[in-house]
Design a binder for this molecule. Structure first.
Ligand code: SAM
Length: 291
């Protein structure tokens, strides 16, 4: 067994921390295991007692002790939750929608529980991230989840710059009132023709997948006011086109004109353009000394 195995827990009588995914809109997406786990949990942590209370009572789960864990309280609540689990409680963590820990509370509780040697597990289920990605029509084999972009400043520009050259599909969450600005910033960063999918109101009555270029997405949101919840899926950056022989020859000539030997010119140009040395050297042999 590895040192991460669940046998490495504080004591065999301690309980578990269980992250339970809940629907992102359509209550029919709750899983059988989610209901059973919430029914048998000793304590349920949630972001909002009214919101989760409605969900629980819909599934006939009543009389549970609820503890509020949101982005502001998660850090401070770690000790209390760890103590409860050490004391034998099975503590379930749910959020307002989807999978805990995905742009939602969860990560810090999980870390604290693992650090305390406790058993941590999850009941998988809905997440806007996976649903939007798999139905987007963009590559799914490699993707990167960026959550919500920072709202402004250098952090936002750095993140946009990373997306510009990102060779994997990028998934973002965005609020409707910030969608137009984000699409406009993405267009400046990635260019007008990069493909994007706007996945809206997933699993709900007005579910919609809008597919097109960034340029057209800007026009679309200018025409139809964004409403509801959105996931943006952005096509990976295309690898830069390899340099043509003419571009390589021009670079070789420029080196030779500086007095650099053919061989060294070929080595420099090969390194700069990422083209095999031999290929560049063969081109360098074509350049006459007087050029
Ligand atoms: N933990 C959640 C999950 O697993 O998807 C995400 C929570 S995050 C606070 C909320 C954001 O997720 C929304 O602003 C939106 O970007 C996205 N989202 C959640 N539900 C959605 C839905 N039904 N359709 C589209 N996007 C949704």
């Amino acid at each position: 067994m590895t040192s991460n195995s669940t046998s490495n827990t504080t004591s065999s009588t301690s309980g578990s921390l269980i992250l339970v995914a809940t629907p992102i809109g359509n209550l029919g997406d709750i899983t059988q295991r989610a209901i059973e786990t919430l029914q048998s949990a000793d304590v349920i942590c949630c972001e909002d007692t009214r919101h989760s209370g409605n969900l629980l009572s819909h599934f006939g789960i009543t009389g549970k002790r609820l503890i509020v864990i949101n982005e502001h309280t998660e850090y401070d609540a770690r000790e209390e939750i760890v103590e409860l689990v050490i004391g034998g409680a099975n503590v379930a963590l749910i959020t307002d929608a989807g999978t805990p820990g995905i742009s939602d509370p969860g990560e810090r509780l999980v870390t604290a529980a693992i650090d305390a040697g406790l058993r941590v597990t999850a009941v998988p289920g809905p997440s806007a991230l996976t649903m939007a990605l798999v139905a987007s029509g963009l590559p799914t084999s490699r993707f990167v989840f960026e959550g919500f972009l920072p709202r402004s400043g250098i952090e936002r520009s750095e993140r946009l710059a990373m997306i510009t050259t990102e060779p994997r599909t990028v998934v973002l969450y965005e609020a409707p009132h910030r969608l137009a600005k984000t699409l406009s910033d993405l267009t400046v960063a990635c260019g007008a023709i990069r493909r994007v999918v706007l996945a809206r109101e997933l699993t709900k009555l007005h579910e919609e997948f809008w597919r097109g270029t960034l340029q057209d997405a800007n026009l679309h949101v200018a025409k139809v006011e964004p409403r509801g919840e959105y996931v943006l899926i952005i096509e990976p950056a295309r690898p830069p086109a390899p340099p043509t022989d003419e571009e390589l020859l021009a670079a070789i000539r420029a080196e030779i004109a500086k007095g650099v030997s053919r061989k060294d010119s070929a080595a420099r140009v090969s390194a700069r353009f990422g083209v095999a040395k031999r290929t560049v050297y063969e081109l360098a042999l074509r350049v006459r000394d007087d050029q």
